[in-house]
Design a protein around this ligand. Structure first.
Ligand code: SAM
Length: 197
């Protein structure tokens, strides 16, 4: 795929904002990434030529479309595995990925993310944590043996939910040979990178 379907993304962004404004309960909101954060993540995937991607927190597939497009654009036969525990949101992601023409490069997995990551074989060269934040630290520890030596680890909500994500930040900063910074974009993006050397 050469270009993103900007019309579809605009439609999803508008739908997500309207949905989240009118649904009082958190479980009904889709809580999509800000478009600037999604664009930066896409750029990091493409420039870093990431090809084995894991996303924790699919929701309705808005960010998954960005990940799948960027992994495909790098022309490395990239694939995305994306985990979601809410079946209605996963069904929306399935439909949205089909509309984007990217369904065949994504494995959608339904279930609790911590249980799922324990069962995934890996390896992964890119992980995006965007689910419940508190369990991200445990998920990271389960994933460490399944990571490529050259790996990028991202997490959203560092500035919006500092207390909830503090365990993850401590865990990622304690990994050996990892450079880490927080980019003040959107809700605050944690970016960690370990190169193979
Ligand atoms: C912030 S939303 C993800 C938004 C999505 N990445 C995007 O930008 O379009 C978080 C999602 O993670 C899911 N979730 C939260 N905790 C989870 C868990 N422990 N296991 C699996 N999914 C979880 C929620 O149902 C919700 O859909």
């Amino acid at each position: 795929m050469e270009t993103m379907d900007a019309g579809l993304l605009d439609e999803l962004e508008e739908w997500g904002r309207a949905n989240d404004a009118q649904r009082p309960e958190r479980s009904g909101k889709v809580l999509n990434l800000e478009s600037e954060t999604a664009g930066l993540i896409g750029l990091l995937i493409r420039s870093g030529r990431r090809s084995r991607l894991l996303e924790i927190g699919t929701s309705n597939g808005y960010s998954t479309i960005w990940l799948a497009w960027a992994a495909s654009a790098a022309s490395l036969g990239g694939r995305v595995t994306s985990i979601e525990r809410n079946p209605e949101k996963q069904a929306m992601a399935d439909e949205n990925l089909r509309r984007a023409g990217l369904r065949d490069v994504v494995d959608l997995v339904l279930g609790d993310a911590t249980e799922v990551v324990a069962s995934l074989p890996g390896p992964f060269d890119f992980v995006f944590f965007d689910a419940d934040r508190v369990s991200a630290a445990e998920q990271l520890s389960l994933l460490v043996p399944k990571l490529n030596p050259d790996v990028m680890l991202l997490a959203d909500n560092v500035l919006s939910h500092p207390a909830e994500i503090s365990g993850y930040l401590a865990a990622v900063q304690s990994l050996l040979n990892v450079d880490h910074l927080v980019i003040p974009i959107g809700k605050g993006l944690s970016v960690a990178y370990r190169d193979a050397s």
